[in-house]
Write a protein that binds this ligand. Structure first.
Ligand SMILES: C[S@@+](CC[C@H](N)C(=O)[O-])C[C@H]1O[C@@H](n2cnc3c(N)ncnc32)[C@H](O)[C@@H]1O
Length: 422
C-alpha cells in the first residue's frame, strides 16, 4: 500500500479524467486494467474516491464556483473535485491539499495552477464538512435531467437524484431460501424476495459466495424472471444474457435455459457464474439476430439500453455519456423485440426489460410493439411485493430509484410480459 496516499489519488484522478473528458465508463476502465498496478487496498480506495467524487460532482462544482474566477480546465477541476470530496469526508487537510497540489504540479500544462489549487482547497477545508451537508442534493446533468423531468415531473426527479446520491445497498438473489440467507448474512428480505444487506464489504468474502448460495442482483433486476412465475420445465431463451443474473434465476427455477450474448468476455463471466452456483444452462456467444431456430416457451429480452436506471451504482454514467446513443439503442430494441417474438412458439411469452428510466426504452417500445403485432397481449405484471401503482397504462411495470425510499430504493427498470397469439 502507498503510505503517502498519492498513488490511489492519482489513479482516481486518471479515472475521472477518462470518464469526464473521454466518455469512458468506470466499469470498462477497471475491467481493462486501469487499477491493476495498485495494491488491493489502494485499488479499492481509488475506486471509492472516484465514485464518491462523481456522486457529488454537481454539489462539488457549486461549492468550488465562488473560488474560481474562470474554469481552470479539466485536469485541475478534477483534482479540486477529488480534494473537496476527501475534505468533506473529514480527511486531514494537510495530506489532501499536498496530494492534489502535487497532481496538478506534475502536469506541465497545469503546473502554474498549483498555487490556485492550494489556495482553493485550503479555503474549502476551512468551510468544513458541515458546509457540504447543508448543500442541496446534486443535480443530474442537463442532457439527462431534461428528458427525466419531461417524463416523470420535477418532484419525482428530485427523489431519483436523492436516491442516486445515496447510492445502492447490496442486493442478493438467493439460490434457495431468502429468509435463511438473510439470517445468515444479517440482511433483510424485501417484499419481492430479494435479500438486502446495508453493510456489505467485499462481496467475495461474504458467507456462501464460494458455495454459490446467492448472486448479486438488484431487487428491480430480479423481477423480470419472477414475473414469469413457475418456469419449471419451460424452454427459455435468455437473449441478451451476460453476465447472467437472470440466467441463474431461470436455471435455479428449473427452466431449460439457453443463454445467448454477443460479448465473449461477458459470456465468460456468465459461465463462471454458472460454475460458482452449480447451475446449468446452454450458453452461446452469438448475435441475437443470427438465431433462427425458435419455438421457445418464453424469451427473456434484457435489451441493451441507456442503463440510466443504474446511476445509484454507476454515478459515472451521466458524465461519461451525453444521450447521443439513445436513437441507435431505441432502434435496436425495436428490432430485438420483433426478432424475440419470432423465436417464440404460438402462445409463448416474451419478457421485455431495460434498466432505463426513459419511457422511449420502455413504455413506448411496448405501445409500439402492440401496434405492430396484432393479437399480442400484455400480461398483468402482478406478484407478491409489487405495488399496483407501479403498473403502467399499457400494462408494463415501471420501477424507479425513488421507489421504496424507506427500504433503500431500487434500480430504475421497465418490464413487460407479452403473450404471442396462439
Ligand atoms: C443489459 S445487459 C444484459 C444483462 C443480463 N441479462 C443479466 O441479467 O445479467 C445487455 C446485454 O446485451 C448484449 N447484447 C447487445 N447486443 C446484442 C446482440 N445483438 N445480440 C446478443 N446480445 C447482445 C450485451 O453484450 C449485454 O451483455
Amino acid at each position: 500500500m502507498d503510505q503517502s496516499g498519492l498513488l490511489p489519488r492519482r489513479s482516481a484522478h486518471h479515472l475521472l479524467m477518462q470518464i469526464t473528458t473521454e466518455g469512458r465508463l468506470m466499469a470498462e476502465l477497471i475491467a481493462g486494467g486501469a487499477l491493476a498496478q495498485l495494491a488491493p487496498d489502494d485499488r479499492a480506495r481509488a475506486q471509492r474516491l472516484a465514485t464518491d467524487a462523481l456522486r457529488g460532482l454537481d454539489r462539488a462544482d457549486r461549492m468550488l464556483k465562488p473560488y474560481l474566477k474562470k474554469p481552470p480546465g479539466d485536469h485541475v477541476m478534477n483534482a479540486l473535485r477529488l480534494g473537496l470530496t476527501e475534505l468533506m469526508q473529514g480527511e486531514a487537510a494537510h495530506g489532501v491539499v499536498n496530494a492534489y497540489v502535487e497532481i496538478v504540479a506534475r502536469n506541465t500544462r497545469t503546473q502554474s495552477m498549483k498555487g490556485l489549487t492550494n489556495a482553493v482547497l485550503r479555503r474549502i477545508a476551512d468551510e468544513g464538512p458541515e458546509a457540504w451537508a447543508k448543500r442541496a442534493v446534486p443535480l443530474t446533468p442537463g442532457w439527462l435531467r431534461q428528458p427525466l423531468v419531461a417524463a416523470w415531473g420535477r418532484d419525482a426527479v428530485t427523489g431519483m437524484e436523492a436516491a442516486h446520491f445515496a447510492g445502492a445497498p447490496l442486493d442478493l438473489t438467493a439460490k434457495g431460501d431468502p429468509a435463511g440467507l438473510a439470517t445468515a448474512l444479517g440482511g433483510v428480505v424485501l417484499p419481492t424476495g430479494t435479500v438486502r444487506l446495508a453493510q456489505a464489504g467485499q462481496v467475495s468474502g461474504l458467507a456462501g459466495y464460494d458455495a454459490g448460495d446467492w448472486w448479486v442482483q438488484d431487487a428491480a433486476a430480479a423481477l423480470p424472471v419472477k414475473l414469469l412465475g413457475d418456469v419449471t420445465g419451460l424452454r427459455v431463451l435468455d437473449l441478451c444474457a451476460a453476465p447472467g443474473g437472470k440466467t441463474l434465476q431461470l436455471a435455479a427455477g428449473g427452466a431449460d435455459v439457453t443463454a445467448v450474448d454477443l460479448s465473449e468476455k461477458r459470456m465468460t463471466r456468465l459461465t463462471e457464474n454458472l460454475a460458482r452456483t452449480g447451475l446449468a444452462a446452454t450458453t452461446l456467444v452469438s448475435d441475437a439476430f443470427a438465431l433462427t431456430t425458435g419455438g421457445y416457451d418464453a424469451v427473456l429480452l434484457d435489451a441493451p439500453c441507456s442503463a440510466t436506471g443504474t446511476i445509484r451504482r454507476h454515478p459515472d454514467l451521466p458524465y461519461a455519456k451525453d444521450g447521443s446513443e439513445f436513437g441507435a439503442l431505441i432502434a435496436q430494441q425495436e428490432r430485438l423485440i420483433d426478432h424475440a417474438l419470432s423465436l417464440l412458439r404460438p402462445g409463448g411469452r416474451l419478457v421485455y426489460c431495460t434498466c432505463s428510466l426513459l419511457p422511449d426504452e420502455g413504455e413506448v417500445q411496448i405501445e409500439e410493439a402492440l401496434a405492430r403485432h396484432p393479437g399480442l397481449r400484455v400480461e398483468p405484471p402482478m406478484m407478491a411485493g409489487v405495488d399496483p401503482a407501479w403498473i403502467t397504462e399499457e400494462g408494463g411495470l415501471r420501477l424507479r430509484p425513488d421507489y421504496w425510499p424507506d427500504l433503500g430504493g431500487m434500480d430504475g427498470f421497465y418490464i413487460a410480459v407479452l403473450t404471442k397469439p396462439a
